[in-house]
Design a protein around this ligand. Sequence first.
Ligand SMILES: NC(=O)c1ccc[n+]([C@@H]2O[C@H](COP(=O)([O-])OP(=O)(O)OC[C@H]3O[C@@H](n4cnc5c(N)ncnc54)[C@H](O)[C@@H]3O)[C@@H](O)[C@H]2O)c1
Length: 357
Amino acid sequence: MIFMAQDKPLKFGVIGAGKIGTFHTRTLANMKGVSLVGVCDPDLMRAQKLAWEHNCTPYSKPEELVGQVDAVIVAAPTQLHHQIGMYCLEHGVHTLVEKPIAVTMQEARDLIQCAKRQGLVLQVGHVERFNPAVVEAVKYIEDPRFITITRQGPYDGRMANISVVLDLMIHDLDLLYTIVPSEVVSIDAVGLSVFSPHEDIANVRLHFANGAVADVTASRASFERARFMHLFQPSGYVSVDFMNARVKTYRKEKPVIENMNDLTVTYPKVEKQLPITAEILHFIDCIKTAKTPAPSGEKGMKALDLALQICEKMNRFDIPKTGHLHTPRPLQAISTVARAAQAVLDETLGHLKGDDK
Ligand SMILES: NC(=O)c1ccc[n+]([C@@H]2O[C@H](COP(=O)([O-])OP(=O)(O)OC[C@H]3O[C@@H](n4cnc5c(N)ncnc54)[C@H](O)[C@@H]3O)[C@@H](O)[C@H]2O)c1
């Protein structure tokens, strides 16, 4: 189904009125050229509240909404992406499915094949691609050799049934495939389960066939939110602060660098646009012009493939989650490790005090 620019507003629905579904609904409600038909959630109160706030109709089942729209955003829990996505595509509706595209490779394949068969747009919600800081930073990326990425934030039990690799790190895996023109040839990963039965912290070292190396950490067990990428290449360095949409670069101006003064540092201007708005506008453009979206279902599946390989190869360890709540105890009652550490600190402090004299 191809829409021309002069066509009537695209009729949209949102499936899943949770955290990200709320952002999608709000964005669609304020977007020109869009008619927001409704939001759907089995938690009808939730759908009703969101629908009331944005002047559309609440539904409790996707089946009630799908027949009335041209396009949907699937923002239901990841385990339902396949089932709901397939239903939408089979009923002729363009689909933007949140990341990760699905839980298994077969599910991802089904979605891609169904979209192809039906001649519909299938886009995956790797929204970080639309982060204006990433859009700007890409202009400075020439030949990444070493990349570090950190994405961390507080725990939220909503995601307890999925590894942090599929929840958070997958954003960065998609980005890596966007900026490194090569394939991953080796994976060395560790994962730690802190609160949920799955990994809440993961660290992975990826080697690419072209020699590039990426070190990626994702954590949902941190108080502070932070999302950074630092990228080193022969001509210099590019740093991206995803959260604050900031980019910093330096370029080597001499063959031999004596100190940081031999570098030209820039702070490129970053356009102020919400990534989610850019993502939906891109989806609409792809529907209207029958363009392949970025990321397509295939790119979403590629990121999923890498995420699943990481989970499979990961060295896992657990922090025991059962037992009593922590109550402070005198040092003697703690472990010998803690006592040894305290002894080292005491000695250091003793030296410092001695130095003062
Ligand atoms: N792109 C991003 O940056 C980003 C950020 C957060 C979440 N996500 C993804 O979005 C999805 C949802 O995450 P969330 O944080 O909004 O979760 P959430 O738990 O806040 O919301 C999910 C909602 O889906 C509803 N739901 C359950 N079954 C449903 C069904 N059959 N039909 C319709 N709705 C149903 C739930 O009642 C809930 O309201 C996940 O796949 C997650 O990975 C993406």
